[in-house]
Design a protein around this ligand. Structure first.
Ligand code: HEM
Length: 218
């Protein structure tokens, strides 16, 4: 037990926590995005899928609890790693240079905060249904087209998907590092997998608000 506590308190322990909790969310967004694409097959396809997901209560609540726990430990470990990083060099660099970091890695902090804000708004809007006067618990398709055709809501979703792309890219890249895949020989593989995840998932998601804004889904 003490060993586990010591491990979780270490830098590598926190990185493993970030990787595992991040993987839980990656699994969720892949399934969620694929389910959303059913909107192209018409209202009943996505509504039936949503009804199916909600019909098995242990599955629904098990997933929700897993997601909340994964999110809390992910954010906590990120905050704690950031603090350790600051403590290890209390005097800031006079001139900040980013030789090895990518734009995606520099966006992790603020991008993560934006994703959190998006997630809270998103759940209040499309799951709990308290943002707009009209909300249906069964007509998921109707909610989507009714809300996302307002340009600024659609735009907010699109901006959040850009943050998601950067987060996924750097997250998948770092995950390889945490599990020890760091040899330059694997750099191409790491980059390819990170790029694929960071493109396919956000583009699949973003296609829905875009299709609604352009009137293809109505
Ligand atoms: C354009 C992008 C997105 C669209 C159109 C979308 C759409 C939806 C819809 C329609 C629901 C309600 C489903 C239902 O009532 O059955 C929902 C719920 C949810 N979405 Fe999204 N989503 C998007 C992006 C995301 C992203 C990026 C995340 C995570 C980072 C996410 C996480 C969730 C969660 C956690 C729920 C609640 C699920 C539950 O009821 O347990 N969504 N989304």
């Amino acid at each position: 037990m003490t060993g586990l506590r010591q491990f979780l308190g270490s830098t590598i322990g926190k990185k493993v926590v970030m990787a595992v909790s991040g993987l839980v969310w990656i699994g969720y967004v892949v399934v969620h995005m694929s389910g959303n694409l059913l909107a192209y097959a018409g209202p009943s396809a996505i509504n039936d899928w949503a009804a199916f997901l909600k019909s098995t209560l242990p599955l629904l609540w098990g997933t929700r609890i897993l997601l909340v726990v994964a999110l809390v430990v992910h954010v906590q470990a990120a905050y704690s790693l950031k603090r350790l990083d600051r403590l290890s060099r209390p005097v800031g660099y006079t001139r900040v240079q980013h030789p090895a970091s990518t734009l995606a890695s520099r966006m992790m902090g603020w991008g993560g905060v934006l994703l959190l804000v998006f997630l809270v708004y998103h759940i209040l809007e499309l799951t709990i249904g308290v943002v707009h006067p009209v909300f249906s618990h069964t007509d998921v398709y109707g909610n989507l087209v009714r809300y996302l055709r307002t340009w600024w809501i659609g735009l907010f979703y699109l901006v959040a998907m850009v943050a998601l792309a950067a987060h996924l890219y750097h997250g998948v890249w770092s995950m390889f590092q945490t599990v020890g895949v760091v040899h330059p020989r694997y750099d191409r593989l790491r980059r390819t997998v990170a790029t694929l995840v960071a493109i396919v998932v956000p583009v699949g998601f973003a296609s829905i608000p875009l299709a609604i804004l352009f009137g293809l889904l109505r």
